[in-house]
Each structure stands twice: as structure tokens, then as C-alpha cells.
Ligand binder design. Sequence first.
Ligand SMILES: O=C(O)CCC(=O)c1ccccc1C(=O)O
Ligand SMILES: [Mg+2]
Length: 324
Amino acid sequence: MRSAKLYQYQLPMDSGVILRNQRLVTREGWIVELRDGEAVGFGEIAPLPEFSQETAEQAGQQAQQLLNAWVSGEAPDYATALPSVAFGLSMAELEMAGGLPAEGNYQVAPLCAGDPDDLVEELSKMSGDKIAKIKVGMYEAVRDGMVANMFIEAIPEIRLRLDANRKWTPLKAQQFAKYVKPEHRAGIAFLEEPCKTPADSLAFAAETGINIAWDETVRDEGFEVKAEPGVVAIVIKPTLVGSVQRCMALVKQAHEAKLTAVISSSMESSLGLSQLARFAAWQTPGVIPGLDTMQLFRAQLETPWPNCELPVTGLSELEVVWQK
Ligand SMILES: O=C(O)CCC(=O)c1ccccc1C(=O)O
Ligand SMILES: [Mg+2]
């Protein structure tokens, strides 16, 4: 006997969260609950404004249609579903089937959006791999170059993940690279999407010897994982990519091409984020996922994130907007 519920959530965000062109005051989304006899699984459907093509409302509508079909025994077609819906529903199915291992990788690559000195201190206290993620491309490229240089000089064993989100022209990217001393360039694990086009980013990698990673490009029409000079990793944001099966196929293709696959957050609540930590531990063992986004919230949802002090809203406190 199958049954399903769809909950709606809204969680307050930290005041400073800016997504491209807008401030994100409240994170909105849906939680699906699937049941079959004793088995239960949850999944999060939360399109990210400015990143997802679909709105939360559209995703909620489609989720109801697919849940309706699921309850009557049909298998959802994830290839044609909206990415956020495909991800949430397939994750709930996977969890319900006992296919998502319990153990998660809750190590994070600390995200530096503010004062670099705070991050240097945090990293010096970190044990194991010292990986940090820095957003670049928001201020002067020269400043970004100096910040990267400063980190590598302060913490020689650091492996920096930089993310330019396609902000730079080839000239700006060159200005950045000029400030990172050649002997320090190996301290950059990768720089995500330096330039506006993949072709410019590939040229940048070839000219500077700085390794790059694809993030936005993974979601481009017709993208295929392949080994290319200077490309070392692909970043997979399941909420933007689609079903867990699609994400697993990308991970497999990345590994076959000798690329690192990094599971990363699209600002899911602590419920979805914890599932991503479990997914990452299982699919990308030994790779620190890009999940340092709990600090952007002011509340958690149902599943507490390790060492996070934020108040936890239970699922039972949410409105059930649909059930069958
Ligand atoms: O990937 C990470 O380490 C953290 C997540 C992150 O950076 C991100 C989160 C939501 C939307 C866009 C981005 C981004 O890659 O710029
Ligand atoms: Mg990115």
C-alpha cells in the first residue's frame, strides 16, 4: 500500500544572502514523504531562485502530479521531470528503498564570502585536508588574486577551490592569474568557471596552468563529461541537475574520464543537505563535498546538521499541502 505527502516549508535566511541579482530572505520548497508499508523515504524539492529554471510553484504542481501517479503504482519519468522535482522524488524513492547509506560526509569546504582573515583562522584549526572555497569575481580581479596568494602563503598545504561563476572576461581572468605566483598555482585545486564561455575558460587554463572545474557548464544543453586539458573536476548540484540516477551517471562518467566529481549544495534545507552528505559519502568517497551552506540559514528542517546550533523546525510543524 503506497501513500505520499507533500509538505511546504519556508525557512528564514541570514540577512546577507544574495543570489546573483536578488536577496534571498526566505528559502522556500517542498518535502515529499513516500510510504510503502513500513518503508518511508523523504526528499526535498527546492528550486533555487536565479539558478533553477522552474519556480517553487511550478515544482509543487508537478510534484503533486507525479506523486498522484506514484501512489497508483506508476514509475515517474525523471528524464522529463523538472530537475528539482526529479531530484527530490528520486531521493525519496531511494531512501525508502534503503538505497541511501546512512553514513554521510559532513566535512565541508569552508566557504569564504566575507573576511579572509576569519577563514585563515578557521583553516589553521582544521584537521585533515585543508580545503577552502572562495567566491571570486565579485570585486576586482586583482584583489581576488592577492587573496588567493595570501591564503596559499599563510597555509602552504591548502587546496583552494575558487569559484568565479563565469564572471570574468579573458582579460579580467588574466589580471587575476598575474597575482598568483606561478609556484603557488598548484595550491589552487581548481577554479570553477573562470570565464563567460567554456572556450575562454579552457584557454585560461592552458595559458596559466591553473586547473579549472565545470559547474554551470554541467547544466548546459548537450554537455558531455570528457577529459580536457586543464579540467580536473565537475561540480554536481543535484537540485539543478535532476534525478539521483542522472547524478550517479555523471559521477561515473567523471571517474571514467579521471575527473573529480564534487557533490554540491543548491542551498537545500538541513534535510536535503544531510541527504547530499550521505549521497556524497557513498558516490564520491574521499572527496569533500561543497556543502557549507547551513551558515546561510537561520533555521534547520527536521534533520539537524552536525555541530549546527540553529533551531530545528520539525516536519510535523509544516503544512501538508497534498496527501494521498
Ligand atoms: O559549491 C559549494 O561549495 C557551495 C555551494 C555554492 O557555491 C553555490 C550554492 C548555490 C548556488 C550557487 C553556488 C555556486 O556554485 O556559486
Ligand atoms: Mg559555482
